[in-house]
Design a binder for this molecule. Structure first.
Ligand code: 4NP
Length: 158
């Protein structure tokens, strides 16, 4: 069913849905709540792969979010090619491979924006996958996601 209310649907997408997209989801929810506009959005995240379905976010994502007073509500799930392109207004892939995979799954190009395309001064075009690295990778990902989510929220509220 398409969104039947006035909420804007935002779906953050990465590969495993345990590191980057749950962090983006938690940051976006936090910023929208801070601004008193959370009820205007439906926010979720998913992975193009389903290996971690049912799991909470990676402990390193949970830890970096907690350092900044942010909780991560995400339980990992796989992208649903039938429902997600219809139910969400914006699908926000973290990297180009996620973007290609969503296009291959039939997501309309005009609903897709790379996460860092919202960043005013992006260090790279893609949010690097921190899964196989150390904890400092999660700090770097947090910083770029925070700036990008803030800019994204501004652009959606304008
Ligand atoms: P994410 O990171 O896409 O940011 O959630 C990954 C998590 C798990 C795997 C790959 C990337 N994995 O291969 O299990």
């Amino acid at each position: 069913m398409p969104e039947s209310n006035d909420q804007t649907g935002v779906l953050f997408v990465c590969l495993g849905n345990i590191c980057r997209s749950p962090l983006a989801e938690g940051i976006f929810i936090h910023l929208a709540r801070e601004r008193g506009v959370l009820d205007r959005f439906r926010v979720d995240s998913c992975g193009t792969g389903g290996w971690h379905a049912g799991e909470r976010a990676d402990p390193r994502s949970i830890a970096v979010a907690a350092k900044h007073g942010i909780e991560l509500p995400s339980i990992a799930r796989k992208f649903d090619r039938r429902r997600d392109p219809v139910e969400f207004d914006w699908l926000i892939p973290m990297d180009r491979q996620n973007h290609r995979d969503l296009l291959d799954h039939g997501v309309p190009r005009e609903k897709l924006r790379l996460m860092l395309d919202f960043h005013p001064d992006p260090p790279t075009r893609e949010v690097p996958d921190p899964y196989y690295g150390g904890p400092d990778g999660f700090d770097k990902v947090y910083e770029m996601l925070r700036v990008a989510c803030d800019a994204m929220l501004c652009s959606l509220l304008c």
